[in-house]
Design a protein around this ligand. Structure first.
Ligand code: SME
Length: 164
């Protein structure tokens, strides 16, 4: 049974190390990709302040992402590769950090409250399996420390789950 502990960390790297430890506990003994994505969404939503959306899109076909488990408001179900922040992260095979979504050409507004966004790809070697998407109502909410931390959590999730 996972007991959520409030994370009190001295700095961002320590915060994400603690979060990675909690994720490790959640992943232990369970490899179902949807169940693990659901619990990671809940973990992110609970511990990261100032979010309005946290969740997954999976690359079900080579050219389209499909909505996975998330916490937040109802979201668009399908996103073409190359479109929006999520589709751009897939096309680049790299994270996309958007301090101001209004300044990102092609941003897909699922929740009008979103002002900044961080999308990190789920990578298995060179292959993109999907993305983790975080949205915030505050401009400039995410920085390189968040990007590094979420990349580490994404890698743990991929290693600990049975994904296509
Ligand atoms: N803003 C994303 C779409 C997904 S929602 O934010 C949940 C994008 O531009 O790809």
């Amino acid at each position: 049974m996972h007991v959520a502990r409030k994370i009190e960390a001295a700095d961002k790297p320590a915060f994400y190390r603690e979060l990675a430890g909690q994720l490790g506990g959640l992943l232990a003994g369970e490899r179902d990709a949807v169940a693990n994505a659901a619990n990671l969404s809940a973990l992110l939503h609970e511990h990261l302040p100032d979010l309005n959306w946290a969740g997954f899109y999976f690359l079900k076909t080579p050219d389209e992402l499909v909505l996975g488990p998330f916490q937040g408001r109802v979201a668009c179900v399908r996103i073409a590769v190359g479109k929006g922040v999520c589709g751009t992260a897939v096309a680049r095979r790299d994270s996309v950090l958007v301090p101001d979504v209004h300044a990102f050409p092609g941003h897909i507004a699922c929740d009008a409250a979103s002002r900044s966004e961080l999308v990190v790809p789920l990578l298995s070697g060179d292959r993109v399996l999907g993305v983790i998407d975080l949205d915030s109502p505050s401009p400039g909410r995410f920085d390189e420390g968040d990007e590094a931390g979420i990349k580490a959590l994404a890698a743990l999730y991929v290693a600990g789950s049975d994904l296509g």
